[in-house]
Design a protein around this ligand. Structure first.
Ligand code: SF4
Length: 344
């Protein structure tokens, strides 16, 4: 069964798969690595412009390693899951320090880079070095769970182990690149989360979920858990065409990015702004609340536009910067902050 699954997928990929993505047609492990990290939680169409911009600015691992993290985050701004950008930058520095700037070739070394797990390392080794490794990202988990009729939630350790064994069993001896690309393409374009297009699927003849009518229930969704809900207030301090940004701590949500300062409550805001930013408040206007979802919680941001007239001279606080409005919008800011600035 496995040979036929692989053979059908490879033939299908050649005819119907994707062949002109910007990271295809290269053996450069650096470019392939960047694309795989960007694709971890994001769809191809969204990734393409970010990938092109990052590669144009950092054409090789050494230039990425030498850049300030701030610049990498700026190029990543809007793509989300910013830990990926911090890991990418950290891994580039590790490649320079530990591997003399040469991208490692051994699977174990690739998998040990920050932000690269087993499946991403496998994809890099397949596409860059033509090695034989199985991948199992979110889309591939779905395809294999349906094809083999593996019930349960793919994020569950036991189910995940089972799917890894299936991924290993189905892996062909040859044409691993076309096969791997075929799995990715099938998951993205045919065996989609909802309404998979089974009649045109090249492997429907051997698919358990298709035969038994399980495509709506396999794989099982993530067990529902009520996400905690948080609230915060952000201050858009403005004076003479400039806005105040604050750098986030290096780790945690939006780590290392530029953000709007947060405040705990609206009362005593004048005193707070004077003490913290040396700014005299002249006007406060409430903007539209922004709802933002993270993987582990949801966040309501209540933005306040705070106009200030004069600044009391004070020692510049590190991590605070006044930027012209347009420049602020081009900085390494997270998507919700971009949305708030767009309201102004
Ligand atoms: Fe997915 Fe349907 Fe193909 Fe099975 S037949 S692998 S469920 S698209």
């Amino acid at each position: 069964m496995s040979a036929s699954f692989a053979a059908k997928l490879i033939a299908w990929q050649k005819k119907h798969g994707r062949h002109d993505l910007p990271w295809q047609g290269t053996r450069d492990p650096y470019a392939i690595w960047v694309s795989e990290i960007m694709l971890q939680q994001t769809q191809v169409a969204t990734v393409i412009p970010y990938y092109n911009r990052l590669l144009a600015r950092f054409p090789e691992v050494a230039t990425l390693a030498a850049a300030p993290l701030d610049e990498v985050l700026r190029l990543w701004s809007g793509l989300g899951y910013y830990a990926r950008a911090r890991n990418l930058h950290g891994a580039a520095q590790e490649i320079v320090a530990a591997h003399g700037g040469r991208f490692p070739r051994r699977f174990e070394e690739v998998a040990a880079l920050p932000g690269v797990g087993r499946s991403t390392a496998a994809a890099i080794c397949v596409f860059a070095f033509g090695k034989r490794h199985a991948i199992l990202d979110g889309n591939v988990k779905r395809v294999l769970a349906r094809y083999r009729g593996v019930k349960g939630y793919g994020g569950d350790r036991k189910i995940g182990d089972k799917l890894w064994r299936e991924a290993q069993r189905l892996l062909p001896r040859r044409n691993v690149e076309s096969y791997t690309q075929g799995l990715m393409d099938l998951g993205a374009t045919v065996c989609t989360r909802s309404k998979p297009r089974c009649p045109v699927c090249p492997v429907h003849g051997g698919c358990v979920a298709f035969r038994r009518g399980w495509t709506g229930t396999v794989p099982a969704p993530r067990p529902s858990k009520r996400l905690p809900h948080k609230r915060t207030m952000m201050l858009v301090l403005m004076r003479a065409g400039e806005v105040l940004l604050e750098k986030r701590p290096p780790s945690g949500i939006w780590g290392g990015m530029w953000c709007l300062p947060e405040a705990v409550r609206k009362t005593d805001l004048e005193a707070y702004c004077l003490k913290r930013f040396g700014a005299h408040v002249t006007e406060i206007e409430e903007l539209e609340t922004i709802a933002h979802g993270f993987t582990h919680f949801s966040l309501d941001i209540r933005p306040l536009c705070v106009k200030v007239s004069a600044l009391v001279p004070q020692a510049a606080e590190p991590g605070l910067v006044w930027l012209p409005f347009e420049e602020a919008r081009g900085a390494a800011i997270p998507a919700p902050v971009r949305r708030i600035l767009a309201q102004l």
